[in-house]
Design a protein around this ligand. Structure first.
Ligand SMILES: *Cc1c(COP(=O)(O)O)cnc(C)c1O
Length: 462
């Protein structure tokens, strides 16, 4: 493709993109397609001959958009949001054109330094202390794996990276029963093993029970096991559970355990000072992850890991073969040494565009609106005969169920998602099947929330 044709198609795709975003409300949030429908329409073998771009684009327009679930739809109330605010989409267009590998300062000087600055902007925006540093990762899963590896190596006196894990007491890691599945997976991948992830029971508010944690650590020490770290949850995925951060971090300091706070979704709300009591005491943690690609509005992928002191993570993950040396610039930051993959996308640009375009006040107002509208939605569902609130709003997430039991709840959810006016997902809570409702799509309005709730009530009544 020559540059003139690229320019032509960039403009056409920009027009298509504007129209797509403009008309999202007219689409069904989840498409009505059966498994295999798209697959059946794509030739089974790759072509030997090239094709003109107009034909390729026409085929894309015919096959793909109508068979997608529309995450940027303003009535998307499922899972958590994966917002892509338009200034961050523009940043990604530029990033994909420049297509730099941001593994070392030398391979991406401006990207590296913008990343340093954006991390510090967000640190200030969230009220974290001076001196904390951080890195942009692809996902919270990767940040949590980095923290788990650091916990492991710190407990093994940084010998595991050389000798492997056999011959050492098993490192033990503690998390609440509400912890995200990415914690379990990190434990598997780190070679620690699921049996060494100790799930601590929760209190009546679904936060980790500090006394149960203390007892579990003491029991492990008695058995000669090696307590290594604690993973805390602020805004759990199921129902938005929050651990009592200050109390857990007190125990961690007494026990000299490394700590990681998973605030992948709810962390964005901490740009508003009034929500910071949810993680009171967090300045005593070692590592925090939050995903600007969820609630804040930065196009996926963009996950920020803050570190009080990066030394232990760098000791765990830095590998510097000769071909990655930067002679003459030994003091620069090379962010690939902070993370697992070597190659890194230029993710800081979309944060820069997003924060500058809306300002922190614009971003804060969205979060405040979402939380207020979620409370309106919770009240309306609670007032509906035959429906009951099963967990109250935590930030902007609540859950509800049919009073008639799990089968009725599952049937209602299926009707809602087939109808397409809105899209919701389920979880299990206290042995019960419940429907989650979270407000967080970047462009959603109060009317979208009311329309979503009206659809739920109509489908429940009908
Ligand atoms: C979404 C989420 C994750 C996983 O995030 P990825 O960036 O997709 O890996 C982990 N923990 C919590 C609490 C989440 O909400």
């Amino acid at each position: 493709m020559d540059v003139a044709e690229f320019e032509l198609w960039s403009k056409r795709i920009a027009e298509w993109s504007a129209e797509y975003r403009e008309t999202l409300r007219d689409r069904s949030v989840r498409p009505n397609v059966a498994p295999g429908e798209t697959l059946a329409q794509i030739p089974a073998s790759p072509p030997d001959d090239g094709t003109g771009f107009s034909e390729i684009f026409a085929e894309f327009a015919r096959l793909i958009p109508d068979a997608m679930t529309h995450w940027q739809h303003p009535r998307f109330f499922a899972y958590f949001p994966a917002n892509a605010a338009l200034p961050s989409v523009l940043a990604e267009q530029i990033v994909s054109t420049i297509a730099a590998q941001c593994m070392l300062w030398q391979t991406s000087p401006a990207a590296t330094e913008l990343e340093t600055r954006m991390i510090d902007w967000l640190r200030q925006a969230m009220g974290l202390p001076d001196g904390w540093r951080g890195v942009i990762q692809d996902s919270a899963s990767s940040a949590t794996l980095s923290a788990v590896l650091t916990m492991r190596e710190r407990a093994l006196d940084f010998k595991g990276i050389h000798t492997g894990l056999s011959g050492h007491a098993a490192p033990r890691i503690y998390a609440s029963a509400q912890a995200h599945s990415s914690v379990d997976k990190a434990i598997w991948v780190a070679g620690i093993g699921q049996d060494n992830l100790v799930k601590i029971p929760t209190r009546s508010d679904f936060g980790m029970d500090p006394e149960a944690l203390r007892a579990a650590i003491a029991e492990d020490r008695r058995k000669g096991l090696q307590p290594a770290g604690i993973i805390l949850c602020v805004g759990g995925t199921g129902i938005g559970a929050c651990d009592p951060v200050a109390a857990i971090l007190d125990i961690a300091r007494e026990e000299d355990l490394y700590t990681h706070v998973d605030a992948a979704w709810a962390g964005s709300a901490m740009i508003c000072p009034e929500f910071r009591p949810y993680w009171d005491g967090v300045e005593h943690a070692d590592s925090i992850v939050f995903n600007p690609h969820k609630w804040l509005g930065a196009q996926f992928d963009c996950s920020v890991q803050f570190l009080k002191d990066p030394t232990d993570q760098l000791k765990t993950l830095t590998l510097r073969p000769d071909y990655l040396e930067t002679p003459g610039f030994e003091d620069v930051v090379n962010y690939s040494e902070w993370t697992i993959p070597l190659g890194r996308r230029f993710r800081a640009l979309k944060l820069w565009f997003l924060i500058r375009y809306y300002g922190l006040d614009g971003l804060r107002q969205r979060i405040r609106n979402h939380i207020a509208w979620a409370k309106d939605a919770e009240r309306l569902i609670g007032e509906t005969e035959g429906l009951e609130i099963t967990t109250p709003c935590s930030f902007s997430l609540f859950s509800f169920a049919c009073s008639d039991g799990d089968d009725a709840t599952a049937a209602l959810l299926e009707r809602i998602n087939t109808d397409g006016r809105t899209y919701l997902t389920q979880t299990r809570h206290q042995g019960r099947s419940v429907i989650r409702f979270q407000v967080g799509q970047f462009d959603c309005t109060r009317q979208d929330v009311l329309d979503g709730i009206a659809a739920v009530r109509a489908l429940h009544a009908g």
